[in-house]
Design a protein around this ligand. Structure first.
Ligand SMILES: Nc1ncnc2c1ncn2[C@@H]1O[C@H](COP(=O)(O)OP(=O)(O)OP(=O)(O)O)[C@@H](O)[C@H]1O
Ligand SMILES: [Mg+2]
Length: 307
């Protein structure tokens, strides 16, 4: 997993590491839940919401369409309520409730989280590269225990709210109370899945988390704070990767004053980074002459990242 503030190079590095591992003969999936479809941009192929799409030998990329997932999720909930209560059609209040529940932000996160669990638990690949959204949000996905609690809370609340319909249903359809086992079964199923993926995501032997940073004052400070938070969630931190480093050799060349200033500034930040993160900085990638799209550019990044 690559984490970091917005726009520092998470998607770029995810693609580059995916490319490298695929070239080494491993079957790799690079995936994201980013609605901005950045993987489509970097691989120059529209893959949004299309499931795993092959990019080259051994390399697959997938962009989860959150809206589509939410819709599928709602349909699933509708079906479950229908089945559990024996309704043919759902009463309007239930429809309204489902619509309202899905509008809350946690619903989106649950649906996305569910999609990620699906991918990780299926185990179809040798390597999974999770191209994360910017920090704050990513923390939410990764904080399994919290998400798990939120889930149980959600389901329990839903169960309570459904009690009302339970009574209506009992009147309409049958006399016995609702089948508690169906709900318990659902809870246990969810718990199992979350624990399975949580085990994978927090297992140091199997999972590595890298922070992307660039030589800038604010980014160094924010990364320090975020690293602290992440370690509290037992995210297996493996190190830092430095991006967009202006080549030092520029200094010996005839360069404009503006660039000289930038280089001096950078030197100062690089020293600070060495001091703060030391040998936890595992790789350094230079600023390229253009943005990173397409496999030839991706392979140039991989050369620095994976050497
Ligand atoms: N070393 C580099 N040299 C030149 N351009 C770069 C480099 N690294 C990244 N970029 C460019 O910077 C932009 C942002 O990179 P990227 O999309 O990988 O960031 P991100 O961390 O995934 O952003 P977000 O938080 O929005 O998901 C892209 O246009 C990318 O091509
Ligand atoms: Mg990105």
């Amino acid at each position: 997993m690559f984490g970091g503030k917005g726009g520092l190079g998470k998607t770029t590095f995810s693609a580059a590491v995916g490319y490298y591992l695929a070239q080494q003969g491993h079957k790799v999936l690079v995936f994201s839940v980013d609605p901005q479809a950045s993987l489509s941009d970097i691989f120059q192929k529209n893959i949004f919401g299309k499931g795993p799409v092959q990019i080259m030998d051994n390399l697959y990329a997938q962009e989860i369409d959150a809206d589509q997932r939410i819709k599928a999720y709602q349909d699933e909930i509708r079906q479950k309520i229908r089945d559990m209560y024996g309704f043919k059609d759902l009463p309007e209040e239930v429809e309204t409730y489902i619509a309202a529940a899905s509008a809350e932000p946690a619903m989106e996160e649950s649906a996305i989280f569910d999609a990620v669990v699906d991918i990780v638990v299926a185990g179809d690949y040798d390597y999974y590269i999770y191209d994360l959204v910017p920090l704050g949000h990513a923390l939410y996905y990764l904080s399994m225990a919290t998400v798990y609690d939120a889930w149980i809370e959600k389901i329990t609340t839903l169960r309570e709210q459904m009690r009302e319909y339970d009574q209506v249903a009992a009147h309409l359809q049958r006399d016995e109370a609702m089948d508690e086992d169906a709900i318990l079964g659902e809870l246990l199923y969810i718990k199992d899945r979350i624990q399975a993926s949580s085990r994978i995501l927090t297992d140091r032997e199997r999972t590595a988390f890298f922070f992307v940073l660039v030589p800038e004052e604010m980014i160094i400070l924010d990364t320090l704070k975020a690293a602290e938070l992440f370690s509290r969630f037992k995210v297996p931190m493996s190190g830092y990767v430095l991006n967009r480093v202006l080549p030092e050799e520029l200094k010996t060349q005839e360069i404009p004053e503006f660039l000289r200033h930038r280089l001096e500034n950078q030197e100062h930040h690089l020293a600070r980074i060495r001091e703060t993160f030391g040998n936890q900085v595992l790789a350094q990638v230079p600023e390229f002459e253009r943005d990173i799209t397409g496999l030839p550019m991706i392979s140039r990044v991989a050369e620095f990242l994976c050497k």
